[in-house]
Design a protein. Structure first.
Length: 285
C-alpha cells in the first residue's frame, strides 16, 4: 500500500510555563506509516500523546525532532503549509468550535471562500460534501437547530469540501449521544469506503475502534501496539494494564475463557460472540 503519511522518529515536547523547568516530552520517538485509503484508529489513555500526534499531522504542531511527511511534503516547510492542510483536514470533538456561519451551506463553503475557489465549483463542492454526509436536505437550516450528531456531520462536510486526501478526527463522538455516535461512525466508514479518503480516528470508544481496519495504541508517548483490531483486542490483560478497555464482546469471551470455555480470543463483535456461544452450547448438548 502506498504511504500517504510518514511519521519518522518524531518527538514532541511542550514548553513549561515555568522557564526554570524542563519541557515535558509527550511523544518519544514515534514512527508510523499510514497508507492511502486506510481507516486507522488511534487509542491511548488521557495524556498518552494521541491528540498531540493528531495535531502534528496537519502542522497545527511541529515536531521537536524527527519528521512528519504528508504525501512527501515536510510539515515543517512553512511555504508548503497550505498544501499540507489541503491534504489533511482536522475535525475536533466539539462541532460548535468549527461551525462559524449561521446557515449550514454557508458554513461548508467558508474554507472554500478563503481559498478563492470559483463560485460555480464552490457550489458543486458544497452540494457534494453535504450529500456525502447525508445533510443536503438541511443545507438552508441554522446549525444551532441541529442535533450534536448532525452538527458534527456538517463539520465533516466542511472538511470534505476541501477535498483532502486524509481526515483526522480527534474524539469526534465524545460529546454525542449513542445515536449521534452511530451517525458519525456511519459517515466516517462511508467516506473511507466510497471516496477512498484516508481516515485517522482518535477515540476512547473501543466499539468504534473495532470497526476500523487497523489500531495503533499509544502509551506514554510510544507506539505500544499496531495491528488489526482482533489482534489488538485479544491482548486483554495488556490493554487493561495500560488503562484501556476492550469491546464488551471481547471482555465476555475473555472471562469465559478464564473459566475454561473453548472460545476464540479474537472475537470483537456482538454478532460473532453470539454465534460462538450458540455453537459452544450446541456442542455441550
Amino acid at each position: 500500500m502506498e504511504s500517504l503519511i510518514s511519521i519518522q522518529d518524531v518527538r514532541f515536547s511542550y514548553a513549561s510555563e515555568d522557564e526554570t523547568e524542563q519541557p515535558t516530552e509527550v511523544l518519544k520517538g514515534i514512527s508510523l506509516e499510514i497508507g492511502k485509503g486506510e481507516l486507522v484508529a488511534v487509542l491511548g489513555h488521557n495524556g498518552s500523546g494521541k491528540s498531540t500526534l493528531a495535531k502534528l499531522l496537519n502542522a497545527i504542531l511541529l515536531p521537536t525532532s524527527g519528521k512528519v511527511l504528508v504525501d512527501g511534503i515536510d510539515t515543517a516547510d512553512e511555504e508548503k503549509l497550505l498544501d499540507v492542510r489541503q491534504r489533511v483536514g482536522m475535525v475536533f470533538q466539539n462541532p460548535d468550535n468549527q461551525i462559524v456561519a449561521t446557515i449550514v451551506e454557508e458554513d461548508v463553503a467558508f474554507a472554500l471562500e478563503n481559498m478563492g475557489v470559483d463560485p460555480v465549483e464552490m457550489r458543486e463542492r458544497v452540494d457534494e460534501a453535504l450529500k456525502a454526509v447525508k445533510m443536503y436536505d438541511f443545507r438552508e437550516h441554522a446549525p444551532h437547530q441541529l442535533s450534536g450528531g448532525q452538527k458534527q456531520r456538517v463539520a465533516i462536510a466542511g472538511i470534505i469540501a476541501m477535498r483532502p486526501d486524509c481526515i483526522v478526527l480527534d474524539e469526534p463522538t465524545a460529546m454525542l449521544d449513542p445515536q449521534g455516535r452511530k451517525e458519525v461512525m456511519k459517515t466516517i466508514k462511508r467516506l473511507n469506503r466510497d471516496y477512498g479518503i484516508t481516515v485517522i480516528l482518535i477515540t476512547h470508544e473501543m466499539d468504534e475502534a473495532a470497526q476500523c481496519q487497523r489500531i495503533v495504541v499509544i502509551d506514554h508517548g510510544t507506539v505500544r501496539m499496531d495491528d488489526v483490531p482482533k489482534k489488538v483486542f485479544a491482548r486483554v490483560d495488556e490493554m487493561k494494564e495500560i488503562g484501556l478497555d476492550v469491546p464488551q464482546a471481547t471482555e465476555l469471551v475473555h472471562l469465559l475463557r478464564e473459566s475454561g470455555c473453548d472460545l476464540d480470543p479474537e472475537i470483537i463483535t456482538e454478532e460473532a460472540c453470539v454465534d460462538a456461544l450458540a455453537k459452544l452450547f450446541s456442542q455441550k448438548r
